[in-house]
Structures are given as C-alpha cells and as structure tokens.
Design a protein around this ligand. Structure first.
Ligand SMILES: [Zn+2]
Length: 183
C-alpha cells in the first residue's frame, strides 16, 4: 500500500524574535510615529533593529515595513482578547500560514509554511508563537504614557507592565508626583 505523500513546495517561514517585531512596530508604525511627533523623521535601517538576519526583512521595502507594522500594531492595541484573536486569525488566513512536521535528525519538529514568504507571514508567526508561550492577551499592549503609543509585551514577574520603556514609566511617575504636589 502506498501512502499519498504530502509534498509541499511552500517556503518554510522563520519567525523573528518578538522583540524585533516590537521594534519594527514602534519604529515604522504610523501611530507610534505620529504620537511621538516623529512623522518627519527618517525611518531607521532595518538592519539596525536586528531584523537583517531574517530573510523577509532583507528584501522588505519601507512601505512593506510600515504596512506590516500597522497590521501588528492593531493586534497590540486591540482592546479585548476577542479582538486580539480575530485580528491575528485574519493575518493567519491572509498569509496562509499552515503547520507541518519535519524530521530534524531523530527529532520530529514543527515547521510553518506559507504560500509565499513575506514579512507579514514572519511577523504573524512570531505573534502566534508568542501566544503559545504567554496566552494572556492582557500581557501585550500599548504604552500608557502621554505622547506614546509604542507597543510592548509584558514579561515582568508582576505582570503589570503598562509602559513601553523605563523612560515612559519615569516620565509618568514624575508627572503624577508633580500633580500630587500641586494638589
Ligand atoms: Zn512609551
């Protein structure tokens, strides 16, 4: 008896680490640039964000990076877990990501393919794998600082991160301290 072999010619998608996705979102996304009044600034070289080692980043145009950053920002900014799930689900459907298994020596490993390798497929996979590790949708978000809608993923032990950076956190603390002194 022969078994139909599933032969896939679709490329394997390699996900970047989530911290690189976050940098792309914050440096290229329209909303973070607008909130920081950086619309007129040049975009950084993707290589400076550590993205150059990932194939899809090497060939991405600035327009691609901006589009993908905006799509990923919508997931971080989604107000409910339902919305996070539906936004991510839509990206999985749009990119055609699907799982396979491959042998790696004697180990059976999961691999993900898509009909076309793309920056969006890589970023979508990075987000999908993030939620496998940390399913709680409240642990991603948008900075609570003034003039900042940069995104973050909360890996803190307290699970109460609300700011993109120590800078924004300190600024907010200083502001509430001054407000308290005036009161
Ligand atoms: Zn911030």
């Amino acid at each position: 008896m022969t078994v139909n072999r599933r032969i896939s010619t679709s490329p394997t998608i390699s996900p970047p680490p989530l911290d690189i996705v976050i940098k792309i979102v914050n440096e290229y996304g329209d909303a973070p640039r607008r909130a920081a009044h950086e619309e007129a600034h040049d975009y950084p070289d993707p290589a400076s964000l550590g993205g150059a080692v990932y194939g899809a980043f090497q060939t991405a145009s600035t327009a691609d990076l901006v589009a993908v950053a905006n799509q990923a920002h919508a997931i971080f900014a989604a107000p409910t877990a339902d919305r996070v799930a539906s936004e991510l689900d839509a990206l999985i459907a749009a990119t055609g990501l699907s799982p396979r298994v491959v042998a790696d020596g004697v180990m059976i490993r999961e691999a993900w393919t898509a009909p076309h390798a793309s920056l969006l497929a890589s970023v979508t996979l990075a987000l999908l794998l993030h939620f496998r590790e940390i399913p709680d949708a409240r642990r991603i978000g948008v900075c609570a600082g003034d003039d900042c809608v940069d995104v973050y993923a909360d890996a803190s032990p307290t699970r109460r991160r609300r700011y993109c950076s120590i800078t924004c956190q300190n600024r907010a603390r200083a502001r509430s301290y001054r407000a308290a002194r005036r009161a």
